[in-house]
Design a protein around this ligand. Sequence first.
Ligand code: HEC
Ligand code: HEC
Length: 454
Amino acid sequence: MNTPPAFVRRAALFAVLTASPLVSSPSYADADFDAMVKKLQGEKPQFAKRQQDLLKERYDLSDKPADGVTMPRGKAVQGGVRVKLPEGATWDKLAAMTPEEIKSQDLWPAGFYPLPHPHHEAGGMIFPKKQIDGVKEQTGRDLTRFDLDFDLPDHMLPEFPAPIYLNTRPDLGDVSQGKLITLGNFYDVFKNVLNPKQLEGLRLLVTPFPQAQFNATHDRKALLAHQGVACFDCHSNGHTNAATHTVGDIRPNEHRHRIGTPTLRGMNITNTFGSQRAMKTVEDFTEFEQRAAYFDGDPEQATRKGVNILERGSQVHFMAEFENILGFPPAPKLTPLGKLDPSKATKQELRGQELFFGKAQCSVCHSGPYFTDGLMHDLQVERFFKEKMINGRKASADGPIKTFPLRGIKDSPPYLHDDRLMTLDDTVEFFNLVLALKLTTEEKADLTAFLRTL
Ligand code: HEC
Ligand code: HEC
């Protein structure tokens, strides 16, 4: 007798199963999912506490705004050095020591080590609460993970919703209307300032697509089957909300960097994309995000969870066109050459500028009117410490990282590729040691004042 081929039999069995009332009762897979949710929810407080304890050991996270400076829509810029000193050390004492001495005496400040992901072993995308609330309110989509919450307090994060500046319409200033731009409102807000092609690009940037932690399979970290994540869930309003994940490029997991979302402002002057990936066009990076970064660099997982392959000519280019017109915020004290206008700047800011281009040597890498050389540099921070495990992250050499532009820098805390530094004052203290600059206390304050004008 002829038996049907195996695939036909499987298809028939599948048809019977899906038609039968049996499938509405929990399958083994459902039981597994529920058990996983319960287990990870049970472990959640312990990992959250581990991360909060680490943050407390590394930083002063209190809400202490700097005087006389805000982000464009009024959010306070946090001031002061927030990285804590090891016992008995002072910043001047550390600056007088060699990297070898700091390393052998274990004096590298805890906050200058690589910062682990909120739960490094679990990894994956994780969003600040305001983003979760905003998206839920407008679109009903819930970006909550059942196993994990974002770790840094809101006052340390960029303005939310962030203003949006378009290179094509500088006359309008902020075009966001003070709204978080989502699929729910992008058309209303932008129909009169974008052409249809750019509008379609923006639509794709606010449309959710499946991703490793947010998808419709049981291998996900959302309670309900999920549509996925939109580009602007992290690069919210074309800027950043400090959403984070672990980089897809590195293995094993303990070596993977936490990566804080970079702003998309200034994509037009960027020529190396990603902190280490060094892609050469915004089109390449846009395509790569959804194909690879969304799935932790694992094509097999991407296939299983529903990768959305963007079409290069009609979709990627449209998205890139919109990304490329996202401008830096206005810097009213800077001339077209990217130098302070002496009639507008304070004496302190002018002293800071002189340091930036002189003794502090910042301009060796942060050059030109956007304060970047468009290259990557190895700061060799590992000279200062012995390798060690920090909450699942192996602190070791980071390798070369791209020189992020410093235009608009006060508006995109926290700093460095892994968000390890909370304030600009911290970055000055960091570079003072890394570059052996021996700046005085006054010089450090001057330099910070200059950075806030950019
Ligand atoms: C988890 C939140 C998240 C989502 C969602 C996300 N990104 Fe990113 N994006 C990042 C992070 C983090 C980086 C830095 C990557 C690195 O350092 O390698 C980045 C880098 C980029 C860059 C390069 C920026 C630079 O300065 O080098 C571009 C362009 C970009 N993303 C576009 C997109 C697009 C387009 C999408 C949607 C398809 C998207 N991103 C979705 C977090 C996100
Ligand atoms: C040798 C090149 C080099 C020099 C010199 C240099 N930087 Fe940087 N800068 C970098 C690199 C590379 C990064 C990114 C490092 C990372 O993310 O780990 C960076 C990052 C930064 C950031 C954070 C940017 C962001 O978006 O998070 C600030 C602020 C900064 N530098 C300020 C300065 C100041 C101030 C000086 C001078 C005291 C300086 N830099 C000197 C290469 C340099």
